[in-house]
Design a protein around this ligand. Sequence first.
Ligand SMILES: Cc1ncc(C[n+]2csc(CCOP(=O)(O)OP(=O)(O)O)c2C)c(N)n1
Length: 346
Amino acid sequence: MVSGNELQEMYETMVTARHYEERLQEEYLVGKQPAFDISAGPIPGELHLAAGHEASGAGVCQHLRDDDTVTAPHRPHHIAIAKGVDLKRMTAEIFGRESGPSKGKGGHMHLFDPDVNFACSGIIAEGCPPAVGAGLAAKKQNTDSVAVAFLGEGAIDQGAFLESLNLAAVQNLPVVFVVEDNDWAISMPKDRITDVENGARRADGFDMPGTRVDADDAVAVYEAAREAIGRARDRNGPSLLEVQVHRRMGHFMGDPEAYRPAEDQEAAEQRDSIERLESELRAHGVDDETIEELRDRARERVEEAIEWATEQPEPEPDDAYEDVFVNPPSGVTDSEPSLAETGGDD
Ligand SMILES: Cc1ncc(C[n+]2csc(CCOP(=O)(O)OP(=O)(O)O)c2C)c(N)n1
């Protein structure tokens, strides 16, 4: 049974993630209107917000330690927050600032934090093979750490996911795959991707346990994840978990969502995992004052991170070609000729 303390920790994680998304949404829109200019404002580039996904990140990561590895997809903030990624540096990365982990060049889909073994990627299912690698390393080094790969239901036919399931099973690795099913892959509804409504059944093909949590219920996610992560930590092999979540916003900021029926959007708003957990807290005797304190602390942390990130310097234009696998166009640097000029470096 989940303890009252753990419920409060999950709640704080979830309200931090929700407030973070709401504030990023506001910051993102600054300077981008009236004509949508994706490069303008404090957050340049694309932004995929995860409001409505919070139960999955919080319920799973509640069982994890810093030495456990987590990989996340292009909608990563709630998972990063739940894993304990440094919120200030992560925000600096999203704001394209020099103090971000990728010095502002990675943006919001390419966050990482080696202190808590977290990384994410914009390529769907791409986090699965590295999670299997982390699981293999844990096995070889004989530690009891585990790896968790998060992905969306739109990625469940990717070879990277299916091959990772297979390798994790064959090698009996401590890996948990968590599919966040929000019913949509951009504009593609789930029933046009697969005939199998319960994605956890894919685990059968690899002879590993598969569990689906149907509601946006952080406590149910917590219970299912306890089983799966405990199994991995005890060296009993991998598992697959599918969690029903809801996308409260567009696929990306600026998505007009013309493809989405209004009732689907309304249902997403009604099935709020945070409200649900709040009722659970009250049922555990947690009073209004404590709930308000948790919310205030979450808001303060988010505001501090945004303020700090905003004060960080922009990267120097001269550093644009540092730390990247791209050659500067001819004439941009005079120190070294580009590969195009030398014909390659082999
Ligand atoms: C390998 C690959 N193919 C296509 C894309 C383009 N793409 C970005 S997000 C997305 C849909 C993802 O849907 P889902 O996995 O369900 O996650 P959600 O966005 O719903 O959270 C696609 C196809 C990509 N990033 N990577």
